[in-house]
Every structure is written in structure tokens, then in C-alpha cells.
Ligand binder design. Structure first.
Ligand code: FES
Length: 504
């Protein structure tokens, strides 16, 4: 049997980027049929990649052959394929329960460790006690070591991923893998897709989509009632169903900021974390029934009611620093030394679980998802917030050939999430991070950045560029970047509201 694979599945299987597959298609070295490629064609187009991972391919083919044989046998015996899928869903649930049990045992072990510590003081010379303690430490150490993932487990995980249901969206032709432990909506959001939804709990009907092929299973209760016509057309709610076979859905996705409605949501403070002398990272939790829909790179209004009821609420606008694939937890980078009323409140008064209202989203500093170009991101100081959101979104789409981040500030400690950027740099083959420190003077900032860009990129013809910096810097940089080869329509600028000033 020759298997059809989506581009993402194919890329994952042979360990190349989606862009590499697209390149082969553009060069007519790989046939594409309705957005899928055939396994045998893929082998021919990437002989080395497959050769290197021969063992995995053989195991995969055997695994698929066995699965097909088993399915045929089951059908002969009268069992329906759907029944097998349901069995898988049940096994998945059992696995989750077992994991919860394991977590509880871990808590007990931690408690015992603490008890041993307390007892140690009184039983310093008791041989029996020391023997039990040493046995306990060795046993815990051994279990922890065995937790490390082995290559075999890695292989099994890859095979499992390959075998997970694959969801295709029309008309966008986007595709994603649906994890059976998640709803179709959760998997779509985790994959960075801006699908429509509202309550996230089966009430509003905003997430409805037409099932064109394949089978789904309802995993959560829904109150929304479909009309007879919707039922006959095969509409389902993505927030309460999961896929049990490969499926195709017809649904609308947001492609630009105009497609996202303005929302007002009451959130709670989940965390306030001081990450440098100047910056606090604020995380807000949205209610499960009211997640924020936004596009990476957008900003939002935050407001807090004053203790004094006579006073107006304190309002400020900040870029969202997290990815839309995490709509439950919204992250903001607040400069706390600027003596702004909202920042002072966050630094000095507000506590975890206090309420804060958000209104938005706003702004059109969003990723051009249709562009095949590599990406350059440039951030000045806390302009890193919208850039971080864009980078995380670009990573979840796995589309860009290369990503280069330039983060500019005046001193080392102002690169407040330097570790995160370095971890991207270390973990991802296609990601480069350049940290730039310079004086906060316009000509110095412009010269430093352009020098780095000239040294590292001979021209910017095939790049899309995203810059979050003070407005006057953006204005000066645009013609310089265009003279280095980038097309004007591929440049995107965001004037940052807060953060360190750059003076003339
Ligand atoms: S998001 Fe409201 S019903 Fe699914």
C-alpha cells in the first residue's frame, strides 16, 4: 500500500523541514496531489534522508503492514475500524489515569525524603536507620535514571506521532496532527492555527466546522443544538470532538487582524516574576469558557479598578508576549522603572489571583503566513515582547527556512530573557540569535544594527523582516534595509509603547 502523507507528516517522517519538501515540489522533483505526497515518491526525492534513517523506515513500513493486516483481520472477524479507534481513545484515558497515579506516588516519595531528612538529626548513629535511608536513596536514584528517554522510546514516539490522526482544513489547506487526548480545537491552536472559536465548552457554536471526510468522536458534553440542516450537512463542534481517523474539515480561519473580533475578558493574575532590575513578566489566566483570540504580535488594553471607587480604572496598553497557541496564559513584559501608574501597580500592589480586565486585541504587526521567505526579527529592549510572540508562532508553523533574531539593548541585564533566546539558538538548527549592546543614541543604534546585518547577510532579498522599536528608529531603518535588498512590502514595523528611550 502506498501511503499519502501531508507535507508536515512527510517532513516529520524523514527529519527535514517542511520548506525542504516545498522546495522539491517547486523544482518538480516531487509530485503533490491535493496537498499530499506519496511515500514512494518521497523516498525517491530524498534518497539520503531515508537511507540514513533506514531502520526507522523499515520499522514504520512493518508497523503499517501489521496494522493493515490486523485491521483486515478484524474486519473479517466483524470488528469495525471505529471500534479499534475507540479502544485507542480508551487506552489513552487509562494512560492519563496511570500518569496521575504516578504523580501521586511521586508526592509520597518526596514526603518520605523530607521525613528521612527530619529523622536523620535524631538517628545519626542508628545503623538500621542509615541502611534504610541508603536503600531508599539508591532506589529513587535508579528510578530517576530510568526515566530518561531511550532511543527506542524516541523511535516509538515518532511512529506514534506518524500514526496519529491527521486533520486537513479547507479552504486554507492547512494541516495538523490531532492528539487524541485533546479536542480538535486544542490541537489546532497548539499547531498555531487561527481557527474560530468562542466559549471553548460546547455552548456558543462558534467553533463549528463541516466534517467532509473521516470520523470523529465526541469527548466533551455540548449544549449547542445544531439545526436539522446543519446536522444533515455534517457539522460538528471542534471544541467537543476529537479525530479517530484522518479527517477533512471545512472551516474559516483568521488570516489578518480584521478577522479577529474585539473581546473584553476578566482575567486573573497567575504570576508576577521580576526577571531583571527593569522588567517584570506578568502572566494572566483567562477563564476556560473565554479564551482570548488574537494573532501573534498584537497588543491589548489592560485595566485595573482602583481601590478608591471614585477613581477611574488604571489603563495601559501592552504587546502580548506569548503565542496564540497558549490562549489560557497571556504573557506581558512590563518595564517597572518608568514610573508609569500601571507598571507601579503591577510592581507594588497587585497580587496573584487579583482581577484584571483585558480589551482587544489591536494592531496589524502580524506574521505573513503565506510568505515562503526566511525571517529576521529585530527588537529594541522590551520590543522583545511582540517579537517573542511572533517567533513562537513561526516556530509552531514550522514554515520558515531560517529565523534570525537581533535583540538590542544598552546592557547585559536588559536582555531579560537571554537564556530563552540562547536555548532556541542551541536547540534549533535554523535559528540564530545575535545579542547587541550599544548606547541608547539613535545614530549608534542604527549603525550597530546595520553593521551586524551587513556582516551576516549579503543581501535581504528573500527575507521578511519584523522590527519592534521606537517609532523614529523604525523610520530611519526602513530605507537602509531596503537599500540592502529587502522589498518594502516584506518589512513590518511596530512602534513600541514602553521601554528604554533612544535619544538623538
Ligand atoms: S467554542 Fe463555543 S461551542 Fe465550541
Amino acid at each position: 500500500m502506498d501511503r499519502h502523507l501531508s507535507l508536515s507528516q512527510a517532513a516529520r517522517l524523514i527529519g527535514v523541514k517542511r520548506g525542504d519538501i516545498q522546495k522539491k515540489i517547486q523544482e518538480n522533483k516531487l509530485r503533490v496531489m491535493e496537498g499530499t505526497v506519496v511515500l514512494s515518491d518521497l523516498k525517491k526525492a530524498f534518497p539520503d534522508a531515508i537511507y540514513e534513517d533506514n531502520t526507522m523506515m523499515e520499522k514504520m513500513e512493518k508497523f503499517m503492514k501489521d496494522a493493515v493486516n490486523k485491521m483486515a483481520q478484524s474486519e473479517r472477524e466483524g470488528a469495525h475500524v471505529d471500534a479499534l479507534s475507540r479502544r485507542l481513545v480508551r487506552l489513552n484515558k487509562e494512560l492519563t489515569e496511570e500518569r496521575n497515579r504516578a504523580d501521586q506516588f511521586e508526592e509520597i516519595i518526596d514526603g518520605m525524603k523530607q521525613k528521612f531528612m527530619d529523622l536523620k538529626i535524631n538517628a545519626r548513629n542508628d545503623n538500621n536507620f542509615n541502611e534504610i535511608r541508603s536503600w531508599f536513596n539508591t532506589a529513587v536514584h535508579k528510578v530517576n535514571e530510568e526515566k530518561l528517554t531511550t532511543p527506542v522510546e524516541n523511535l516509538e514516539n515518532q511512529i506514534k506521532q506518524f500514526m496519529l490522526p491527521h486533520v486537513r482544513l479547507l479552504p486554507s489547506r492547512h494541516d495538523y496532527i490531532s492528539d487524541k487526548s485533546e479536542t480538535l480545537l486544542e490541537s489546532a491552536l497548539r499547531s498555531g492555527l487561527a481557527v474560530d472559536y468562542g466559549c471553548n465548552n460546547g455552548k456558543c457554536g462558534k467553533c463549528k466546522a463541516k466534517l467532509l471526510s473521516g470520523s470523529v468522536e465526541k469527548t466533551l458534553h455540548q449544549d449547542y443544538v445544531f439545526s436539522e440542516s446543519e446536522k444533515s450537512q455534517g457539522f460538528i463542534l471542534t471544541c467537543s470532538n476529537t479525530a479517530i481517523t484522518d479527517i477533512t474539515l471545512e472551516t474559516e480561519e483568521a488570516v489578518c487582524s480584521d478577522d479577529i473580533p474585539l473581546q473584553t475578558i476578566s482575567t486573573k493574575i497567575k504570576k508576577r516574576q521580576k526577571v531583571s532590575d527593569n522588567v517584570m513578566v506578568l502572566t494572566l489566566k483567562t477563564p476556560r469558557s473565554q479564551r482570548l483570540r488574537f494573532l501573534a504580535g498584537q497588543h491589548i488594553e489592560l485595566s485595573v479598578n482602583s481601590q478608591d471607587k471614585e477613581q477611574q480604572p488604571i489603563i495601559a496598553e501592552y504587546s502580548i508576549a506569548s503565542c496564540p497557541c497558549e490562549p489560557a496564559n497571556l504573557e506581558f513584559h512590563i518595564p517597572i522603572n518608568a514610573n508609569e501608574p500601571f507598571a507601579n501597580l503591577i510592581r507594588d500592589e497587585l497580587k496573584t489571583n487579583q482581577s484584571l480586565t483585558i480589551k482587544g486585541p489591536h494592531g496589524s504587526f502580524v506574521l505573513n503566513e503565506d510568505s515562503p521567505n526566511s525571517l529576521i526579527f529585530i527588537a529594541w529592549d522590551t520590543g522583545f515582547a511582540p517579537i517573542k510572540s511572533l517567533i513562537e508562532h513561526a516556530m509552531s508553523l514550522e514554515q520558515a527556512e531560517t529565523i534570525h533574531l537581533y535583540w538590542m539593548t544598552t546592557k547585559v541585564e536588559n536582555h531579560y530573557l537571554d537564556n530563552l533566546c540562547r536555548s532556541w539558538n542551541d536547540a534549533l538548527d535554523n535559528f540564530t540569535y545575535t545579542r547587541i549592546m550599544c548606547e541608547a543614541k539613535t545614530d549608534v543604534v542604527v549603525d550597530s544594527l546595520m553593521k551586524h546585518i551587513h556582516d551576516e547577510h549579503s543581501h535581504l532579498l528573500n527575507f521578511d523582516l519584523y522590527i519592534a522599536a521606537p517609532g523614529h528608529l523604525n523610520h530611519l531603518l526602513k530605507p537602509l534595509l531596503i537599500s540592502h535588498g529587502i522589498k518594502a512590502q516584506n518589512t513590518h514595523f511596530e512602534s513600541i509603547f514602553h521601554g528604554e528611550e533612544v535619544k538623538d
